[in-house]
Design a protein around this ligand. Structure first.
Ligand SMILES: *[C@@H]1O[C@H](CO)[C@@H](O)[C@H](O)[C@H]1NC(C)=O
Ligand SMILES: *[C@@H]1O[C@H](CO)[C@@H](O)[C@H](O)[C@H]1NC(C)=O
Ligand SMILES: *[C@@H]1O[C@H](CO)[C@@H](O)[C@H](O)[C@H]1NC(C)=O
Ligand SMILES: *[C@@H]1O[C@H](CO)[C@@H](O)[C@H](O)[C@H]1NC(C)=O
Ligand SMILES: *[C@@H]1O[C@H](CO)[C@@H](O)[C@H](O)[C@H]1NC(C)=O
Ligand SMILES: *[C@@H]1O[C@H](CO)[C@@H](O)[C@H](O)[C@H]1NC(C)=O
Ligand SMILES: *[C@@H]1O[C@H](CO)[C@@H](O)[C@H](O)[C@H]1NC(C)=O
Length: 490
């Protein structure tokens, strides 16, 4: 996707793209060229004399003029969060990242040293050999170089294939992992490190990378003639990236859910005809920074917040053309649940616990997904049912009616906002609540989906009560399945 193809909405989109783009190239450029490294090296020589073995190996590598980025989570924590000294580090192995285009040069110039070296390689299909990991050993200390392979807008680090002594647990090379470009700084020992260490560590936790099912994706095209819809992609990609970018920045875990996850896995893209995108979030990580970010957001603004913060919370975001849903999944015992609101009825969908999330590629960007996407999809749609795209009336098998909102909660369980991020107090907003309410509401009682601490007085009763149950369940079910595109697989 070219930059130009993204410039269609407004200035903020352009700005957003530009900033990410520039950040990306800045990072690569510094990592590759490292302008002030020589100066730094001399500085360090004057200031420090270390007799640690790691420092000795690093000194041996420095003349080779390859840039090393410290990515070892343990060591990053040790040096930059706990603020301990590099020379006191008691560890057998330290992991650095190295960009793949430097590897050949590095290996050539490395000959003739006293260090022992072991290399993990991969045979690529076109008779090319890819070097994935380099282990440099000296006096029982190992410098591990994990090779960054450029992949779309980020890097992949492959799984290590050579056997190491059993007491070594690799932080990279243990599994396929994704690393996003990051702003970097130079350490006094002349290697680079991520400028925002705690954010880098946070991302590391979700860096395990999973591929979509190319087999299913091919089948969708060849067998079912379902192709990716360019005009749909055009209105989807930027807002989805915007949300992922924002949640990453706010350090909130999320995962692609529902039809969006299905689209990624089964189509390696989107399900054609989809009209929204779903993001799941951990309820325990909720705070108002998320609402604040999306209120009046120029790319994806919050137009509706449904549920209460502690119960069935869901944000509906809108771009002007496309809806994106954030829903929070509440932890309960060995699983999670998230809410689904139909008028005053609350439904609950049961989800797996998701102790952590993993990474995937969608539209060339990194997104987070459940680490067992197949189990997740089986749970939502029924085992293997989702592999068949032709059932239009597909339902969530993990959803159950739970209860109705009580009168007081109902007054706080829907908040609508304008494109500018102001609370809507107009007729539409009042009617939304009034329509399923026996009390005559005349104003919206708060900005947030939170019950106040003090007792709430209900407004006066209407003269004409809303009789009968607002959910004639059968009827609603039918209506829901007709109107909710989210349940339709195709
Ligand atoms: C999608 O965007 C690209 C680039 O702006 C444009 O060339 C293409 O015509 C668009 N596709 C559709 C179907 O709108
Ligand atoms: C290798 O080790 C030997 C013995 O420890 C030493 O004499 C020699 O200088 C070392 N060579 C290099 C290139 O470091
Ligand atoms: C690494 O290679 C050296 C020889 O260069 C060998 O002696 C050593 O056993 C290897 N170590 C591992 C962990 O494979
Ligand atoms: C492609 O997506 C657009 C916009 O979402 C939609 O209007 C159109 O019907 C879709 N076309 C096909 C062939 O699915
Ligand atoms: C949310 O909090 C209210 C009180 O503030 C409480 O009555 C309600 O049970 C809570 N809901 C859930 C799902 O925990
Ligand atoms: C879809 O609807 C048809 C007719 O109503 C029904 O026979 C079929 O079982 C439904 N399929 C699913 C998966 O619900
Ligand atoms: C309104 O009150 C009537 C009579 O008490 C009751 O049957 C009905 O369920 C109430 N409606 C709502 C939405 O609570």
């Amino acid at each position: 996707m070219g930059l130009t193809s993204l410039i269609y909405q407004n200035k903020s989109v352009i700005l957003f793209c530009l900033v990410t783009y520039i950040l990306f190239w800045l990072t690569i450029a510094t990592f590759q060229q490292s302008t002030n490294r020589n100066k730094n090296q001399q500085l360090r020589r004057l200031k420090y004399r270390s007799d640690s073995t790691f420092s000795f190996i690093l000194d041996g590598l420095l003349p080779l003029k390859v840039n090393l980025l410290l990515i070892d989570p343990y060591v990053l924590q040790y040096l930059f969060i706990d603020q301990f000294s590099f020379d006191k580090l008691e560890k057998e192995l330290i992991t650095f990242g190295i960009i793949d285009e430097f590897v050949e040069k590095f290996l050539q110039s490395f000959q003739g040293n006293n260090f022992s070296i072991n290399i993990s390689k991969n045979d690529l299909s076109n008779h090319k050999i890819s070097t994935d990991h380099i282990f440099i050993e000296y006096k029982q200390k190992i410098i591990h170089l994990a090779v960054f392979h450029k992949y779309k807008s980020f890097y992949l680090i492959e799984e290590n294939t050579i056997s190491l002594s059993t007491n070594i647990q690799l932080s990279y090379g243990d599994t396929l992992r994704a690393v996003e470009p990051t702003e970097i700084a130079v350490h006094e020992y002349s290697f680079f490190y991520p400028r925002d260490v705690s954010h880098f560590l946070w991302l590391y936790e979700t860096s395990k990378f999973l591929h979509c099912s190319q087999v299913l994706a091919n089948r969708m095209e060849n067998e079912f003639h379902l192709y990716q819809n360019t005009s749909q992609l055009n209105v989807t990609v930027v807002p989805m990236r915007n949300i992922a970018y924002a949640l990453n920045k706010l350090k909130k875990h999320y995962w692609l859910a529902g039809g969006t996850l299905l689209g990624w896995y089964r189509h390696c893209g989107l399900i054609p005809f989809t009209q929204d995108a779903d993001f799941g979030l951990f309820a325990e990580e909720y705070d108002e920074s998320i609402r604040n970010h999306f209120l009046g957001n120029p790319i994806t603004y919050l137009w509706g917040a449904l549920g209460l913060v502690n119960d069935s919370l869901e944000f509906r975001l809108y771009t002007g053309r496309f809806t994106l849903d954030l829903f929070w999944a509440y932890r309960e015992g060995d699983h999670r649940w998230c809410g689904y609101q139909v008028q005053r009825a609350k439904f609950r969908r049961t989800l797996p616990l998701l102790e952590t999330v993993c990474s995937c590629d969608l539209f060339g960007s990194r997104f987070s997904i459940p680490c067992s996407p197949i189990d997740y999809l089986d749970g939502e749609y029924g085992i293997d049912k989702w592999k068949n795209p032709l059932e239009k009336n597909y339902t969530w098998v993990n959803m159950k009616f739970h209860s109705l909102w009580d009168d007081i909660s109902w007054m706080y369980a829907t908040r609508l906002y304008t494109r500018q991020g102001k609370l809507r107090r107009d007729k539409v907003a009042i009617d939304w609540i009034s329509k399923h309410f026996n009390y005559s509401l005349t104003s919206i009682p708060s900005f947030l989906n939170i019950l106040p601490n003090e007792p709430v007085v209900l407004p006066p009763l209407k003269t004409k009560l809303v009789y009968g149950s607002p959910i004639k369940r059968k009827k609603i079910k039918k209506k829901r399945f007709k109107s909710s595109h989210r349940n339709q697989i195709k």
